[in-house]
Structures are given as structure tokens and as C-alpha cells.
Design a binder for this molecule. Structure first.
Ligand SMILES: C[S@@+](CC[C@H](N)C(=O)[O-])C[C@H]1O[C@@H](n2cnc3c(N)ncnc32)[C@H](O)[C@@H]1O
Length: 305
């Protein structure tokens, strides 16, 4: 799987790039590029590992990842359903939107677990949306659209649930995104948000939680250690992730960025992991050195008032 935060969004924000449109252009260009070497079935997140979650998931969908993935990214998507008040029956009547869906695999996976009336994935990357529609779309039940999280192309109160997984750290104005989510959600609907934070973005997020009246925050879980465990397992010699990474048809520049074993895409910076080749490439200034700092990786759920 190409599980990874391929965008350098967090780093770019840390560097203080002022132009939001420029940043969005760079993010969509990076992800368009990632599509060109991604394989069907690839998620683009760091994943998480939690024994309890995995047992539950195997109970719901035995062999859910057999032969196709290491299952960590699916666990992260399953975590996104935690803290929501819906039974599997309830889901059958829900309209669900995922913002920042990548190539659509996460939303597709969730529709195999629960079966919403309508599921729509939105992403900034034209190529990711094209790939998702070509491979995963199922008419009205599951579709993908191109768009910007800060200006959602949907009517007021169109959705019951909005999902956002490891994407919002790329948005220049998370406040605009929050207001857009509040607008497209029905009163009583829910917003489930998962992302990585740095020491500046987490206080900003907490401030927004207080400022945006439309949301009542109902659930929080710090999954930092679970995400780190996923990354550690992916970075272990001979892991499924490393084997898949080695098989990818990637251009040289993408491999240089990814490093030996694809640590950049797997989130190795989050655990402070550096393979020797990456160290040398960084010292030679061929591969950019990670200079940021992380705070945590968290899941929050809010109810639309
Ligand atoms: C790390 S990937 C996560 C993809 C997917 N959620 C997953 O977990 O596999 C981040 C995604 O956010 C998308 N993204 C970044 N900025 C966006 C924006 N302003 N609006 C919509 N999508 C955006 C990127 O194109 C990318 O597909």
C-alpha cells in the first residue's frame, strides 16, 4: 500500500507559506503525482494499530484485508466511526460525505462495513477523483467529486455525516472548512475528524472547537501511540508496506523523497525514524530534511447543533 502523507502540507504550513491558493495548487499537484504511482487499493494515511479495534473489525468483516493490505489504514477509518451514535441499520438512511478522500479507498472500505444511502467523496486532486470514479464508484451509492474543503460544492444541510481523515492539516484555513462542514450538515448530524497536529496547529484547533458554535464536541481519542505503532510496524524490515513500496513503479524523485522503504510516505518523521540512506541524502541536501515538530494524532467527533 502507498499509505502515507505524501503532501508536505504540514511542513509547508510550518514554513509559513502565505498564499493559500499557491499552497492548494502545490498540494493537488503532489497528490496528482502520487496517483501516477499508486496502486488500486492504496490508502494515503499513516494508519493505526489497536488490538481491540482489529478484533472488532475482524469480527465485522472477517479477512477484511487478507492479501491486499496490512490493515492499518482500514483500522484508522474504522476508528473514524467511533463516537458516532449510529447503528449499522441507521447508516442505511444516512447521506455521508468524506472530505479529502484521496483515491477513495477509505470511503469505499467504510461502505463495505456500513451501507449508507449515499456516500460522496471529495478531493482537491483531479487525478485522485478520476481514479476513484473509474475504479470504485457505484452510481448514486458511492461517487467522488473534485472540490475544495474550504468551499464545498453542496447544498446546506445535505449530509448527515461528514468524515475527514488525515487531510485538514493541508488546509490553509481550517476555520473556513469547519464553517463549511457546519453548513452542509443537517442539524443533529455529525462530523468525525482525524488528523495529525503540530505544536501550533493543535492549540488553533482547540480554539476553533470553542469558537464554532455550530458544533457540540462529543468524543475525543488521542491515538498518537496507535498511529506510531502502525508506522513502526510498516518500517520494520520485510513488512508488507516495505515489500509493496519496493514493487512500485515510481519516478526517481518520488523515491528520493520517500527514502529507503518509503518512510516519508509511511510517516517515519512522526516516530523519528531515519534509515541510513535517508540520512545520507539529507546530509547531501538531495532529500529535504524534516525540520517540523509533531504534537499528536487525534480523533474528534462533533454533533451539529
Ligand atoms: C494524506 S491524504 C489522505 C487521503 C485519505 N483521507 C486517506 O486517509 O487515505 C490527504 C488528502 O487531502 C486532500 N486535500 C488536501 N487539501 C485539500 C483541500 N483543500 N480540499 C480537499 N481535499 C484536500 C489531498 O488531495 C489528499 O488526497
Amino acid at each position: 500500500m502507498t499509505n502515507g502523507n505524501a503532501a508536505t502540507g504540514l511542513r509547508d504550513l510550518n514554513a509559513g507559506i502565505p498564499d493559500a491558493d499557491q499552497l492548494k495548487g502545490a498540494v493537488s499537484a503532489v497528490y496528482d503525482d502520487v496517483v501516477s504511482w499508486s496502486r488500486t487499493g492504496d490508502f494515503w494515511n499513516w494508519g493505526m494499530h489497536c488490538d481491540e479495534l482489529l478484533t472488532e473489525l475482524n469480527g465485522l468483516h472477517p479477512g477484511f484485508n487478507a492479501g491486499v493490505s496490512d490493515g492499518f489504514s482500514e483500522q484508522l477509518y474504522y476508528q473514524a466511526l467511533r463516537g458516532l451514535p449510529y447503528s449499522r441499520d441507521d447508516f442505511r438512511t444516512l447521506n455521508v460525505l468524506e472530505v479529502g478522500c484521496g483515491m477513495g479507498e477509505g470511503l469505499n472500505f467504510l461502505t463495505r462495513l456500513v451501507d449508507p444511502a449515499r456516500a460522496v467523496g471529495l478531493d482537491l486532486s483531479t487525478a485522485a477523483v478520476r481514479r476513484a470514479n473509474a475504479i470504485l464508484a457505484r452510481g448514486e451509492r458511492l461517487s467522488y467529486v473534485e472540490g475544495d474543503a474550504e468551499s464545498l460544492p453542496f447544498a446546506d444541510a445535505e449530509f448527515d455525516l461528514v468524515i475527514n481523515v488525515e487531510s485538514s492539516h493541508n488546509y490553509p484555513h481550517v476555520d473556513r472548512f469547519f464553517h463549511e462542514v457546519a453548513r452542509v450538515l443537517k442539524p443533529g448530524g455529525h462530523f468525525t475528524h482525524i488528523d495529525v497536529f503540530d505544536p501550533r496547529s493543535y492549540p488553533r484547533f482547540q480554539k476553533l472547537q470553542q469558537e464554532v458554535d455550530a458544533f457540540e464536541w462529543a468524543y475525543e481519542r488521542d491515538v498518537t501511540e496507535n498511529v506510531k505503532e502502525s508506522i513502526r510496524r510498516r518500517m520494520a524490515p520485510g513488512s508488507f508496506f516495505r515489500r509493496e513500496y519496493a514493487r512500485k513503479q515510481m519516478p526517481l524523485r518520488a523515491r528520493i523523497i520517500g527514502g529507503l522503504g518509503g518512510g516519508h510516505y509511511a510517516g517515519a518523521d512522526f516516530i523519528g525514524h531515519r534509515d541510513p540512506v535517508s540520512r545520507i541524502l539529507e546530509l547531501a541536501r538531495i532529500r529535504p530534511k524534516f525540520v517540523g515538530e509533531y504534537e499528536s494524532y487525534r480523533h474528534h467527533v462533533a454533533r451539529r447543533a
